[in-house]
Ligand binder design. Structure first.
Ligand code: DC
Length: 648
């Protein structure tokens, strides 16, 4: 079995999404029934629409789909031919329902079959409605779905009551053939319940665009004029909002930002509701001229929502809830159990794989948000399960998706699209430029400048010199000769070094002032020249920065060259020797500038000539001579460059 490992990181950038599956299949069907040719602009090329095209062709409709930007459908005017062989609707629910209704218009018998899962998906409510209109339908199999035989008797428009508690697709299917029937059709609903009503409204919209007279009246009751037929037109398919929920959710869970091109807040597609829910969970959602921009927060808030009108997005929402700070409930979504898989059970089982507890009822799921971990996701041949858990993998390392090809049902390019906007975790550090490395010799202004840059960029600040000073302190306190490398290493290995809130800790003892004595300062250069000491200290420094989310201002001698060679911004500060000596002397309250200068010179020589990690500017460092600049000027320049790199 193929298994795909999701790229872990954060989403950024912009993405175009494919045309709506729901609209494409409605437009294909209606254009096939229309008088005259139609062109469908930017349709969805995917398995679900391929199945619909092949069934319509088998009924005698000519469809030219060579140009991915525009398919041309030669309308049949309703004069369909009897197919030579059974029609195979595969795993496409819309095709199964819509083609069953259309087959009632064919002057002859049409046999319809589908995938094993499709045979289990109930279609009896549709069959009952079509029979009420006068069509003849036989269930040939054992279950409540295909195989079926349709035909023999022409249906006519009349008043019917449908059970629309399980799927709105039955209603859409009946509505779409109604303009070709003799007599008006009026559809009422048992208990006045119509699930996923916005999808029916979408159907009526597409029908109206092709010239039908169809409207939803209070009740609800649908009224459709008979014998009007449809007229072929040019029809632009809008982008698929059901697809847009995945990149939007990826921004939500990864704390990234994504711009989804072409999604329009005025769309009829019910999954638009998802964007409101994301906003409620703490995302920022901005509708722009060109689409929608979604940014995820640091932590997501839990929600409780009735998602009956947006069942496809509900599945993604349940996975997003796994990342929220608390318990969420997604309610009134019982029809998820009869989709491509039993999606409520699938959600519960696969959330458990990534460490998230969930409970389901007949029609809801309650998710305890937490910190998901990696795992291998079973996808039940269900494109939406695969896509939703891939989104989880953007924010969690090690999520693998079994049988990823199932996404071809509605979005063949899904994984490539998601990868194209996922900046991987290591690249986040490089591309966002959030590690600022500041190196340079003593007296160059490193510490003052680095602290100020950290404050201005709201990044934590790490002084790595403190680690070498602490190593020196433990050697001095143990009366070890600092030139005796093995003895120093042994002493250093006995202790734990830590750094918290700007304080240097040895075995949790705050040594921030002890490491600033002259004795430590003088002995620090030979100690920091010992490779094993550096190895221990560099590991500590990297771990500290990783714990800050790989975002920090880090100062030292080898940060840009050795510790973080991938840092987004490297600065090398320097100053003329006499300026550095004067700064050090005034810092330390020393009168004898000449002695300070010679001390500094001696330490610089050791630091820059030692074999391991000598003090030197990285090739790609910005070199700043601070001799004639104020601190504010130096800080301003570094902050401006860091911001340019972060946004660029
Ligand atoms: O920046 P400082 O004076 O506090 O540094 C103390 C000593 O540690 C100094 O001799 C240089 C050395 N050091 C180093 O070798 N590598 C670093 N990244 C930081 C400091």
């Amino acid at each position: 079995m193929t298994v795909y490992e999701v790229r872990y990181g954060r989403v950024a950038g912009s993405l175009e999404i494919p045309g709506s599956r729901s609209v494409t299949n409605r437009a294909l069907l209606i254009a096939s029934l229309a008088h005259g040719p139609s062109s469908l602009l930017r349709p969805l090329e995917a398995e679900d629409t391929a199945v619909m095209r092949s069934c319509l062709r088998a009924l005698g409709v000519e469809i030219a789909d060579g140009d991915p930007e525009a398919w041309i459908v030669e309308g049949s005017g309703g004069l369909l031919s009897v197919p030579d062989a059974p029609l195979n609707v595969g795993a496409s629910g819309t095709t199964a329902r819509f083609i069953t209704a259309v087959s009632a218009l064919v002057p002859g018998r049409v046999v319809i079959d589908g995938s094993p899962r499709m045979r289990l998906r109930p279609i009896t409510d549709l069959i009952a409605a079509l029979r009420d209109l006068g069509a003849e339908i036989d269930i040939l199999g054992e279950g409540e779905g295909p195989p079926l035989a349709v035909g023999g008797q022409t249906p006519a428009g009349r008043s019917i009551t449908m059970d629309a508690t399980r799927s709105s697709q039955y209603v859409s299917a009946v509505a779409m053939i109604a303009p070709l029937l003799d007599g008006d059709t009026e559809i009422r609903f048992s208990g006045d319940v119509l699930v996923s009503r916005p999808y029916v409204e979408m159907t009526l919209d597409v029908m109206a665009a092709y010239g039908a007279e169809a409207e939803m009246r209070p009740g609800p009751v649908i009224h459709i004029r008979g014998s009007t037929g449809y007229r072929g037109i040019e029809y632009a398919i809008e982008p698929d909002v059901s697809a847009a929920v995945y990149p939007a959710a990826a921004a939500a869970v990864s704390g990234g930002t994504i711009e989804i091109v072409g999604v329009d807040f005025r769309s009829r597609q019910p999954d638009l509701l998802f964007f409101d829910v994301l906003a409620e969970m703490g995302c920022s959602v901005d509708w722009t001229q060109s689409g929608v921009r979604v940014s995820g927060p640091v932590r997501l808030a839990p929600v409780s929502r009735d998602m009956n009108s947006a069942p496809d997005a509900a599945l993604m929402l349940a996975v997003v809830c796994g990342f929220a700070d608390g318990v969420s409930t997604v309610a009134n979504i019982g029809n998820l159990r009869i989709k491509e898989s039993d999606r409520l059970t699938a959600l519960q089982e696969q959330l458990a794989v990534i460490g998230i507890k969930a409970q389901t009822t007949a029609d809801s799921i309650t998710v305890e948000g937490g910190s998901p971990h990696g795992g291998e996701i079973a996808t039940y041949d269900d494109h939406r399960i695969a896509m939703a858990f891939a989104v989880a993998g953007v924010a969690t390392p090690g999520v693998r998706i079994q049988d990823p090809g199932c996404v071809a049902k509605t979005w063949p390019g899904f994984f490539a699209a998601l990868e194209s906007v996922t900046v991987s975790a290591t690249m986040v550090r490089l591309d966002m430029g959030i590690i600022v490395a500041i190196d340079g010799p003593g007296g160059s202004g490193k510490t003052t400048v680095s602290r100020a840059v950290g404050e201005r960029l709201e990044l934590p600040h790490l002084d790595t010199g403190a680690f070498y000073r602490a190593a020196t302190l433990v050697a001095i306190e143990a009366s070890v000769d600092v030139q005796d490398a093995p003895a120093v290493i042994e002493e250093v290995s006995r202790h734990r070094f830590g750094y918290a809130d700007g304080r240097m800790l040895i075995d949790d003892r705050d040594v921030s002032s002890e490491i600033r004595t002259e004795a430590v300062t003088r002995a620090a250069s030979p100690v920091s020249a010992i490779p094993e000491v550096r190895r221990i200290m560099v590991a500590q420094q990297r771990a500290w920065v990783a714990a800050q989310g790989a975002s920090a201002v880090v100062e030292g001698r080898d940060i840009g060259t050795v510790v973080f060679p991938d840092a987004g911004l490297k600065v090398y500060l320097t100053a003329r020797p006499e300026v550095r000596a004067a700064r050090r002397a005034s810092e330390q309250g020393h009168e004898d500038v000449t002695r300070v200068a010679s001390d500094l010179h001696r330490r610089d020589t050791i630091d820059s000539t030692r074999a391991d990690s000598p003090l030197t500017a990285a090739d790609d460092a910005v070199i700043l001579d601070t001799s004639d600049l104020t601190i504010d000027e130096v800080v301003d320049r570094i902050v401006a460059t860091a911001k340019e790199r972060q946004t660029g």
